[in-house]
Ligand binder design. Structure first.
Ligand code: SF4
Length: 380
């Protein structure tokens, strides 16, 4: 903790800090629909959607999702495929799968009511410490401090943390400070105030210290260059990856495969695809995709029909799409897939899929690919 003589060292200063933060949040916090409800389920849903996704994107999707499944029990009764489809475009589909699993656990083990304490919430599938603390403090007033990226940044600056915030000692420092500063009577608004401060004032590159309600307590500001915090280890280099996917055409329909639930992008439908080996010709890789993911040997391959670039975690992926007539024979899904279908592009659109595969599906539809294989090559 901070030695005497520097901001926030005394309980008296911490009380003043809480008062200023709370007043500022209540006057300046953004008016968001999930802040107008006390329904733990609706708050939980907003917290899950807001992880990795912007407020602007979440706003309409949160309302639509709640309109479709207004209670935990309604969500628990929904087929997973429909939930994943509703999640399309929000990315990070593990969130939707965990949400659905947790809803089923709440329906079966808690009579459809979300548990009231953060400790019980954490026993639900996929419920991490952040989400449990957020739901318990906002919906039930439990004094549980949240630590998300925004709060971590604010705390590293307030206390001028001179070590890696992700290290064991750094994490312990942040946990202790989050708990020490938490408002005991208004933990929900306090937590939201800290997150709001990080999202709107104490931003990563340009903290607006001139308008910050707690600037007088900030050690990083006293020292100068608060944007220097948090100190992080050097970033891992970006990995460049080439992938090849293949459109296997059988009488105007093409093959899509359903990924197993326990692998990455579990539950999604996709074209056969592989990662290219370092020197591998992408056409050869596309044929290999047909063999390894579907058990089909192809010969005449056309393309590339399309090239896509996208980023997943620290991988920058360059995907090329090829096409071939599907040979006769039985499809044998590879180790990452559990079933397959022959579909027209409009049918594929209605299946859960990653955003990259959705771009391919949209492209095929746009190109009039209903007659895939009976027209000339598609143009990107
Ligand atoms: Fe962040 Fe500046 Fe406020 Fe410190 S004074 S908490 S750096 S905005």
């Amino acid at each position: 903790m901070t030695p005497p003589g520097v901001p926030l060292a005394s309980e008296h200063q911490r009380r003043a800090f809480r008062t200023r933060l709370l007043r500022w949040y209540r006057r300046n916090g953004r008016d968001l629909p999930w802040r107008r409800t006390a329904d733990p389920y609706a708050i939980w849903l907003s917290e899950i959607m807001l992880q990795q996704t912007t407020v602007a994107t979440v706003l309409p999707r949160w309302e639509r999702f709640l309109g479709r499944w207004p209670t935990v029990e309604a969500l628990a009764a929904a087929p997973l495929a429909e939930v994943l489809h509703e999640w399309s475009g929000l990315g990070y589909y593990a969130r939707a799968r965990n949400l659905h699993r947790a809803a089923r656990a709440v329906a079966e083990e808690h009579n459809g009511r979300l548990p009231g304490s953060s400790a019980q919430l954490r026993e639900l599938p996929g419920m991490g410490p952040y989400t449990a603390a957020a739901v318990a403090s906002i919906a039930h007033g439990e004094p549980a401090a949240v630590l998300d990226a925004n709060v971590e940044r604010v705390l590293t600056r307030l206390t001028a943390l001179e070590q890696d915030a992700r290290s064991t000692a750094g994490k312990r420092h942040l946990r202790e400070w989050a708990a020490a500063l938490l408002h005991p009577r208004h933990p929900g608004d306090h937590n939201q105030g800290m997150m709001e401060l990080g999202a709107t004032v104490c931003t990563p590159r340009a903290p607006d210290c001139g308008t910050c309600p707690v600037a007088g307590f900030c050690l990083a500001r006293q020292k100068g260059r608060p944007e220097r915090y948090p100190l992080l280890p050097r970033r891992q280099p970006v990995e460049r990856v080439r992938e090849a996917a293949i459109l296997l055409d059988r009488r105007g329909r093409f093959l899509v495969l359903h990924r197993r639930k326990d692998v990455s992008f579990g539950g999604m439908w996709e074209l056969p695809r592989v990662r290219c080996a370092p020197e591998e010709d992408p056409v050869e890789a596309a044929r290999r995709a047909a063999r390894e993911a579907a058990g089909l040997a192809t010969e005449h391959t056309e393309g590339p029909l399309l090239e896509l670039r996208h980023t997943v975690m620290r991988s920058r992926i360059h995907l090329t799409l090829w096409r071939a007539q599907a040979p006769r024979g039985t499809v044998l899904p590879g180790p990452e897939h559990q079933e397959f279908r022959w579909v027209a592009p409009e049918h594929w659109l209605s299946l859960p899929k990653s955003s990259t595969q959705a771009r391919i599906a949209g492209f095929l539809l746009e190109q009039g690919a209903k007659k895939v294989g009976t027209k000339g090559p598609l143009r990107a």
